[in-house]
Write a new protein. Structure first.
Ligand code: NAD
Ligand code: MN
Length: 371
């Protein structure tokens, strides 16, 4: 019996719609596979702030952080702003509060989805560092000037070691479902001192993880390979700005936001959310593609499975991924992918595609779906 306490923050716009879809899929997994999820739902949203002035506090995040994981829809409405003129975004506050230094952004070209490349296989996890690197100087003192301006790239050993540990353990977790078990560092140590340290720490961590293959490319050549030869990548890890850019190139390779999940994690905390926002333009119509959110929920179970050594959680995650994959292959297809199905129809199809059981012998469900 696998049991977890999950904090749920549905948020704004299509957030609650896709969270409901993911919870419907998870509820079916509870019925079928001996999983128990105890939810606590938190109503933090830009809409709540507009109505009441209430926003997430450090005390809220301390409480939320006691749960095993956070399932997050999307938060923010363009016309709801705090006193400094910035949008409300609990996801940004949680990143700082929990020290979520790595953003995991997996992309896969699913059969049935048209990407812009000839390549028929794209299956990679981009890990972007999110606490230092090129954004390290955000709070630095600076004299405003029209003649010169600077930013600062800082790499620390402590964060880099944690980041690379995550990269290698993710490669190990992915390998259980048939990926090669390989980590590539994208960097610029030929020209940036900070990246000399980044590369040095990478080499040390790679040596401690000899069961996982590794490679290093300069970020410029490595970016070209993403487009010309994406099959060479399994896990990609990079610093803050390189990872930001490369993760969005990666999403563009596989059909866009509706199928792109993400997870912001530290060694102790995880916030699982789709890559997209609240999509106010389609909210309330029941037409949002729930795929990215459902895949984010699967990432949550995969992360819990890896951290807790819980093989059942890992297998349920893979079952959800397989069900999403066969739904993308045979339809019904959501509108952003050229179909006409609504949120509920896609969700029901994913639920029907779940296997009756997830025992260790059920890997062929995933393999059969074309991985
Ligand atoms: P968005 O991702 O919400 O929408 C961009 C476009 O993609 C829209 O046309 C939308 O209809 C479409 N789209 C997004 N998700 C979709 C889905 N699941 N199915 C079908 N179509 C989908 O980005 P935006 O419009 O720039 O931002 C809207 C709001 O969301 C803003 O307030 C922004 O700050 C917020 N936002 C929040 C997060 C987050 O919570 N992590 C991330 C990005 C943006
Ligand atoms: Mn970005």
């Amino acid at each position: 019996m696998t049991e977890y306490d999950i904090a749920v923050i549905p948020g704004d716009g299509i957030g609650p719609e896709v969270v409901e879809a993911a919870q419907a899929v998870l509820a079916e997994c509870e019925t079928r596979y001996g999983l128990t999820l105890n939810y606590t739902t938190y109503d933090f949203s830009a809409d709540l702030y507009r109505r009441t002035g209430r926003k997430i506090t450090a005390a809220d995040m301390d409480e939320i952080g006691m749960r095993d994981a956070v399932l997050f829809g999307a938060m923010g409405l363009p016309d709801v702003r705090g006193p400094e003129g910035l949008e409300l975004g609990a996801q940004v506050e949680m990143r700082a509060h929990y020290g979520l230094f790595s953003s995991l952004r997996p992309v896969r070209l699913f059969p049935g989805v048209d990407g812009p490349l000839k390549a028929e296989k794209v299956d990679m996890l981009v890990i972007r560092e999110t606490s230092e690197g090129m954004f390290a100087g955000l709070a630095d003192e600076h004299e405003p000037s029209d003649e010169s301006a600077s930013d600062r790239m800082t790499i620390t050993r402590a964060t880099s070691e944690k980041l690379f540990d995550v990269a290698f353990s993710q490669a190990r977790a992915r390998r259980k479902r048939g990926t090669p078990g390989h980590v590539t560092l994208l960097h610029k140590s030929n020209a940036l001192r900070s990246n000399v340290l980044l590369e040095k720490v990478f080499d040390e961590v790679a040596a401690r993880n000899a069961d996982i293959g590794s490679a290093k490319y300069y970020i410029d050549a490595g970016s070209m390979y993403m487009v010309t030869d994406p099959g060479r990548y399994d896990v990609i890890v990079s610093e803050n700005i390189f990872g930001d850019i490369v993760s969005e190139v990666a999403a563009g390779l596989v059909g866009g936001l509706g199928v792109a999940p993400s997870a912001d994690v530290s060694l102790t905390h995880g916030v699982f959310q789709p890559s997209h926002g609240s999509a106010p333009d389609i909210a309330g119509q029941g037409i949002a593609n729930p795929t990215a959110m459902i895949l984010s929920a699967a990432m949550m179970l995969e992360w819990l499975g890896e951290r807790r050594g819980d093989d059942l959680a890992t297998r349920i995650a893979h079952a959800i991924q397989g069900a999403v994959e066969s739904t993308l292959a045979i339809g019904p297809r959501a509108r952003d992918l050229g179909g006409s199905a609504g949120t509920r129809e896609v969700t029901d199809a994913v639920i029907s595609a779940l296997p009756p059981q997830v025992d260790s012998g059920r890997r062929e469900h995933v393999a059969a779906a074309g991985r």
